[in-house]
Design a protein around this ligand. Structure first.
Ligand SMILES: Nc1ncnc2c1ncn2[C@@H]1O[C@H](COP(=O)(O)OP(=O)(O)OP(=O)(O)O)[C@@H](O)[C@H]1O
Length: 456
């Protein structure tokens, strides 16, 4: 069967067409951000659920946390973000417009030019770039009613600081011994000077973070362990291993808190970004806990009962971008092939071969027609199945069209209620990938689907 590998454009057009994601504030001309629609929110929730299952539920050594999004400036001063979490910029001497260095480098790189040969985009001056103070990547707000309009706070650019602030609470209340981890999923906010195409670089995005605390000296081994665990997680959920690779981050590309970084990249296949970062695993040494200990005066050392020593643990931190994973799973699942028509011919179809665990809708119930005998049967059946899975019903247009609509959103099984159903209490179950159809008794249907949708 001819297979077609997607481009991000194919997937983006599917996202808009079927309600996975919409450009945010489109009625006001768009904001550059994107919102997740009914199917997108279900896919995102499924990815996050699988991450939580693998990282928390199935592990003895990891616990969950949900920490604050907004924290006072003192926390971010202590963590080093206020001083170091910045982006380099150059300023045009003539009009004082400011441009991000990576953006200028990209423009220069493409043309093979030096930075001073890149004109100012605001006034067009050449050779006018001079160094300027770096711009913070933190998003700030003020809370309260102080003289200066309240006290400065920052929206978290990462969730990890919440894990560090709660380190002692978790050790005490859940009686954890090293090594152990604190997992969090949630939104982060960054002042991105060069926001990119959805969903790669947006000001607001979702992260799946694990802060894994280990004995000093044990970080290297755990680093490799987590790189492998995370790679396997994507593969188990259906990502083509040939489209995943790991790279080491050069020392000059490490965040201020990191001593080592490995990147897991996905081959998105986009001409502009063939390989794109999906996730990174960083070693953060004992730096964060040491900083917070110092700034707050709290003793954040861990008491090792085996050796009787007190020390600050080191942190190995795998962090996935949920929104980038969202796109990788879609790109990987997207295919165009041919499907048989009811008239004996073939037609092109778009199919999302999503792992059933990730498919937004697990089962579609389709009455063959809007006949008064079929509609209530299908509605009852859908209600029964809804107790277990996300179910959609659809009775508009020919059955072939409806299969196409379900293929396109990745629904693994379509159940068709037809006139034989009334007499022999059986339905046709169609498999999305093989397109094979099987007759299944109504009484056996839940068991049949449960066998194929394990864990969904
Ligand atoms: N602005 C963003 N929009 C969407 N996802 C992001 C964004 N920034 C980071 N991510 C995701 O979070 C993961 C961890 O990011 P991390 O905290 O290491 O940032 P980073 O890669 O150092 O950011 P930068 O590239 O801006 O320096 C990335 O692998 C990516 O999946």
């Amino acid at each position: 069967m001819p297979q077609h590998r997607s481009t991000i454009d194919d997937v983006l057009s599917l996202c808009k067409r079927r309600g996975f994601a919409y450009p945010s504030g489109e009625i006001y001309g768009g904001t550059g951000a994107w919102d997740y629609g009914p199917l997108g929110v279900a896919l995102k929730e499924a990815i996050q659920r699988q991450w939580w299952r693998a990282m928390v539920q199935l592990r003895e050594d990891v616990v969950g946390l949900d920490s604050s999004v907004v924290l006072p400036a003192a926390v971010w001063r202590a963590s080093g973000h206020v001083d170091a979490y910045t982006a380099p910029v150059l300023e045009c001497e003539r009009c004082h417009d400011v441009a991000a260095v990576p953006e200028l480098r990209q423009a220069a790189g493409e043309e093979g030019l030096r930075l001073d040969a890149i004109p100012c985009r605001a006034c067009g001056a050449m050779g006018s770039w001079v160094e300027a103070s770096p711009v913070t990547r933190l998003v700030s707000t003020r809370l309260g009613a102080g003289a200066a309009g309240g006290e400065a706070h920052y929206l978290r650019p990462e969730l990890a600081q919440g894990a560090f602030l709660n380190f002692a609470n978790v050790v005490t209340t859940s009686r954890r011994r090293l090594p152990f981890g604190i997992a969090q999923a949630g939104k982060a906010f960054r002042n991105e000077l060069s926001p990119g195409a959805f969903p790669f670089r947006t000001h607001e995005f979702e992260r799946l973070e694990l802060a894994y605390f280990v004995e000093p000296g044990a970080a290297a081994g755990w680093h490799d362990y987590w790189v492998e665990q995370r790679r396997e997680w994507y593969v188990r959920l259906g990502v083509d291993p040939a489209r995943l690779r790991r790279t080491e981050r050069p020392a000059d590309d490490l965040a201020h808190f990191a001593t080592r970084g490995t990147t897991l990249e996905y081959h998105y296949g986009d001409p502009e970004a063939e390989w794109g970062e999906l996730e990174r695993i960083a070693d953060r040494s004992d730096d964060d806990l040491a900083r917070h200990s110092h700034a707050s005066g709290a003793d954040l050392r861990y008491y090792d009962q085996r050796t009787g020593e007190r020390y600050i643990p080191h942190v190995v931190e795998p962090v996935a971008g949920l929104t980038r994973a969202f796109m990788a799973f879609l790109v990987d699942a997207y295919a165009e092939d041919e499907a048989p028509t009811t008239r004996g011919g073939v037609e092109q179809r778009v199919v999302l071969r999503l792992h059933p665990l990730l498919a937004p809708v697990k089962v579609a119930v389709l009455p063959l027609s809007r006949h008064a005998d079929l509609s209530p049967l299908a509605a009852d059946l859908a209600d029964r199945l809804r107790r277990h899975w996300m179910v959609e019903t659809d009775d508009a247009q020919a059955i072939g069209r409806r299969y196409r609509r379900q293929d396109e959103i990745g629904t693994p099984y379509c159940v068709t209620v037809d006139f034989h159903t009334i007499g022999d209490r059986s339905v046709t179950v169609r498999d999305r990938d093989t397109m094979r159809q099987e007759r299944v008794g109504l009484d056996a249907l839940e068991g049949y689907l449960a066998e194929r949708l394990v864990g969904c």
